[in-house]
Design a protein around this ligand. Structure first.
Ligand SMILES: CC(C)(COP(=O)(O)OP(=O)(O)OC[C@H]1O[C@@H](n2cnc3c(N)ncnc32)[C@H](O)[C@@H]1OP(=O)(O)O)[C@@H](O)C(=O)NCCC(=O)NCCS
Length: 240
């Protein structure tokens, strides 16, 4: 699949822009569509807290500092996005976000990922997984990490990549694996990582798509057919 042409379909960037109950409605993704919302985790975190459910607030209470703010903004923002789909206020969205599980809402499939100041939130009607990593977060022991995490085919690709590109090559495999695990709702462990080969764009039932977010991030999505078309949208917080 040509990921770039998918991303070029980007429409309505910044919609919904409003956080109030007059947020515009957004058509739900059709069977072939996946919406990926890009959410910057900046702004007034407190403005989001009132829309969170009691269970989300319990999770929030266990967090401190930046982690707390980013949780409030990401979960508050996904409530607003879902409110625009479901035509209700953010607070009334019947969203569940249990720890160690993907977010759930009746009638839609969701996946959330965050890295530093950026979150991606994927919405589809069939199972979807999305993952993002920052390119400045790669460990020094890259070769060791690659041997511990990559399949034989991925490791061959990695070892034939020029040294200056190896970090990005490893991250590309990493986000593709995490996207698959998320679409399958599985956790991550080192043993299964080497067995999970993402060097091709098809992994069993899932189709893999690399998302181009520029030089500072690497991201991928795993889609369940018939989903085949990704629309990237920007969430904008008007409080900043
Ligand atoms: C689930 C997993 C894909 C999470 O990824 P991550 O890189 O830690 O974090 P991300 O920001 O990309 O994703 C976090 C989001 O994934 C979602 N998520 C959590 N568990 C999930 C699961 N089993 N399936 C699908 N999605 C899941 C949640 O929405 C979570 O957001 P929230 O905590 O704000 O509710 C995976 O990496 C994992 O199992 N992590 C647990 C840590 C672990 O096992 N570490 C071992 C290191 S060897």
């Amino acid at each position: 699949m040509d990921a770039q042409s998918c991303l070029n379909e980007c429409d309505d960037p910044g919609t919904p822009r409003e956080v109030a109950s007059n947020a515009p409605t957004v058509a739900r993704p059709a069977a072939r569509d996946v919406h990926v919302w890009r959410i910057e985790l900046l702004g007034d975190a407190e403005a989001y807290v009132a829309s969170l459910s009691p269970a989300e607030r319990l999770r929030l209470e266990r967090l401190r500092g930046e982690q707390r703010d980013r949780f409030a903004i990401s979960h508050g923002a996904i409530r607003r996005v879902l409110g625009a789909y479901l035509e209700c206020s953010a607070r009334d969205v019947p969203l569940e976000s249990p720890s160690g599980r993907p977010p759930r809402v009746p009638g839609l499939e969701l996946s959330l990922t965050h890295c530093e100041q950026l979150a991606l939130f994927a919405v589809a009607v069939t199972p979807v997984g999305v993952d993002v990593e920052a390119t400045n977060r790669v460990a020094d022991d890259l070769r060791e990490l690659a041997e511990a995490t990559l399949s034989p085919a991925e490791l061959r690709q990695f070892l034939t990549t020029p040294p200056q590109d190896q970090a990005r090559t490893w991250l590309r495999s990493w986000v593709r694996k995490e996207a698959v695990l998320k679409a399958r709702r599985e956790g991550l462990d080192r043993r299964s990582l080497r067995e999970l080969d993402v060097s091709a764009d098809r992994v069993e039932e899932l189709t893999l798509v690399d998302l181009d977010l520029g030089p500072s991030h690497v991201a991928a999505a795993a889609l369940t057919p018939p989903a085949a078309r990704i629309t990237l949208r920007d969430w904008t917080d008007d409080s900043r």
